[in-house]
Design a protein around this ligand. Sequence first.
Ligand SMILES: Cc1cc2nc3c(=O)[nH]c(=O)nc-3n(C[C@H](O)[C@H](O)[C@H](O)COP(=O)(O)OP(=O)(O)OC[C@H]3O[C@@H](n4cnc5c(N)ncnc54)[C@H](O)[C@@H]3O)c2cc1C
Length: 373
Amino acid sequence: MSTCVDCAVIGAGVMGCSVALGLARAGMSVVLLDKGAICREASGVNAGTLTMQMTRAALIPYALKAWEFWMDTPRWLGLAVGTERRDGLSLAFTEAEAAMLEARAAARRAAGAPIELVGAARAREIEPGLTDRALMAGFCPVDGFTSAYLTGRAFRLALGAASVALREHDAAVGAERRQGRFVVRTAAGLRVEAARLVLAGGVWLEEMAAWFGIRLPIKVLINQLAVTERMPPVMRTVLGIASGLLSLKQYPSGTVLIGGGWQGCGGRHEGRGDAFIPDNLIGNIRLAAFVIPALRRARVVRAWLGLEAETADALPVLGPLPGVEDGWIIGSVHSGYTSGPFMGTLLADAILGRQHALPLFPIDRLLQPKAAA
Ligand SMILES: Cc1cc2nc3c(=O)[nH]c(=O)nc-3n(C[C@H](O)[C@H](O)[C@H](O)COP(=O)(O)OP(=O)(O)OC[C@H]3O[C@@H](n4cnc5c(N)ncnc54)[C@H](O)[C@@H]3O)c2cc1C
């Protein structure tokens, strides 16, 4: 079985889907491969927060543009993904956190995020459910969330309308460049010939880059999330704290999603045996109930884990594959769900040879020397 296309994209998370969509809408024939179902790894199990306050300053211009995409998915993808625009608060409880908040808010404001520092009383006006123990907060009206599990459904529709050949549950097992074209082989025996290749494999980018002899170390964060039963309204904002150890929001259904990057254990390898670290789950939930006291009455109904990729400098992988003509790579973006739609569109523009609106993040800075033969 073989197929021949203008571009093969490996990995159907928010990054791969956005690149594939951009290319197909510009007229390219595109195959999009995933070892599982579309957007069922990080892009479907994340906390759905669309926040500037947890986004690194260098990525704020990207996140601001992508935020507009999320606010209007019916126009962009043809389907809503439960997007809610909400005010965002990032809280400080200690002097050290207040100093951290001030420094980070200043850097993000300089990068274009409309973040203002407010005192405790103003923070409680904005979020009446908040504890009276906070010292101050960063307030940003450009915030909100989606229901991340709906992401794949929306992309599936848009990719279909753009004639992208989406092939799920078939892992790419290798790719090489041969006689000026790429050849990708899959576990089910498909051979894809493509003029261009995009690697968009999330935490699996390290293995994909290795197909081309490129050593790109990717760290894996094993994030735990928990959700409560349906509650009467207990909060109206998207809440975080300066240290980044909390992300909290209440969905219109009444459930409250509790996250903040508290770690579980496991990894990206087959049979990885992901597992919770119960003390971390309890610590995360206690922190949530401290910040919004009404949550002390809530029961947690479900918890899960998801794998997030991070580079050595916590900045994105976004650009050409060094030394591989017409090869490209994208991923490992901090707050990557927020920025994903714009990052993907940007890479599509670069591949199409169009002027791209903001700079890429070439990976040469991250590479380790090849092992001696
Ligand atoms: C629990 C959790 C909470 C998070 N919360 C937030 C948040 O609130 N806000 C925010 O902005 N960001 C958040 N993030 C980060 C965000 O989810 C990620 O940065 C983003 O989704 C990464 O998208 P991606 O497309 O690069 O990777 P992924 O979504 O992981 O997609 C990679 C795809 O590649 C596929 N793949 C891998 N190997 C192969 C292969 N050999 N062949 C074919 N396919 C392959 C995988 O199956 C997968 O579908 C969170 C992450 C996690 C894990």
